[in-house]
Design a protein around this ligand. Structure first.
Ligand code: PLP
Length: 280
């Protein structure tokens, strides 16, 4: 790849991009991020991502690296300079560069880095067959509502899933599914979607938020409550949602076939209406 990436005010070829070894993102994972989908060269659901960024920054007492107008312009400039038609823009803000000390350094300036990644979001072949999921213990910290770049637990969970031939790990805490390593988790019983309510235990997905709105508009019921892996094994359907997967059917959990091993009608409909809006 020879992408143009953004680093602290400059657009540079990826091979020339540099960040300091003293950046607190590098030393402490002291930073937050957002991943915004791009379809037909346009940002999808951008405002909720910026709202969540604002919240993550406030929770960590971190300053915005620029104003929202500049942030939006930067996203669009990356799309333009990279001729990105479909994929994602990854954007990361860290507390900045300072001598290594644990407490917040005074007068520090936030760092901002962003880059595009080409991905097939609309015509993702996994959506036709559905994906496999395995459960794994949730070993993350207790502020999962902050979109922190501290992602080692999800990295280990995803790797375990891949080693077991699955595409995602569903994390389990106190006997209940929290969420996927990089997605929100849902089951369908009858014509109702069941998913965990928002709290510090999960990330408030922007795709989840859009999905709730679309489900309401199309008369699909949602029940926000905890569910166990055993309940998921017996569910009619299961799926996950994220900015890079949109709505992805799940056809196997821990070796149990879900919905006869085929994407079911509720998830197929939700994906269809989600894609319709993303492409409009
Ligand atoms: N939950 C976790 C832990 C995530 O990492 C993500 C996305 O990265 C999501 C949920 C889905 O959030 P979104 O729909 O905003 O991508």
């Amino acid at each position: 790849m020879n992408r143009i990436v953004y680093v602290n005010g400059e657009y540079v070829p990826e091979a020339e991009a540099k960040v300091s070894v003293f950046d607190r993102g590098f030393l402490f994972a002291d930073g937050v991020y957002e991943v915004t989908p791009v379809v037909n060269g346009k940002l999808v659901d951008y405002d909720p991502h910026m709202e969540r960024l604002d919240r993550s920054l406030k929770e960590l007492k971190m300053a915005w690296p620029c104003n929202i107008v500049a942030m939006t312009a930067m996203h669009n400039e990356l799309i333009k300079r990279n001729n990105l038609t479909e994929g994602i823009i990854y954007m990361q803000v860290t507390r900045g560069v300072a001598d290594r000390q644990f407490n917040f350094p005074k007068d520090i300036i936030s760092s901002l880095v962003a880059f595009p990644q080409v991905m097939k979001l609309v015509d993702n072949p996994n959506a036709r067959t559905g994906v496999k999921v395995v459960t794994t213990p949730d070993i993350r910290w207790l502020r999962r509502d902050i979109k922190s770049i501290m992602l080692l637990a999800p990295v280990l969970g995803k790797e375990e899933a891949y080693q077991k031939g699955a595409a995602e790990g569903w994390m389990v805490e106190d006997g209940f599914v929290t969420e996927g390593t990089s997605s929100n988790a849902y089951i369908v019983i009858g014509d109702k979607i069941i998913t965990r309510p928002l709290s510090n235990r999960i990330l408030a997905g922007c795709t989840r938020r859009a999905l709730f709105r679309l489900a309401k508009e199309h008369g699909v019921g949602i029940e926000e409550r905890l569910f166990t892996p055993e309940e998921a094994y017996a569910a009619d359907e299961a799926f996950l949602s994220s900015a890079s997967q949109f709505v992805m059917p799940i056809t196997e959990i821990d070796g149990h076939r879900i919905g006869g091993g085929q994407p079911g009608p509720v998830v197929r409909k939700l994906r269809e209406i989600f894609l319709e809006e993303a492409q409009s």
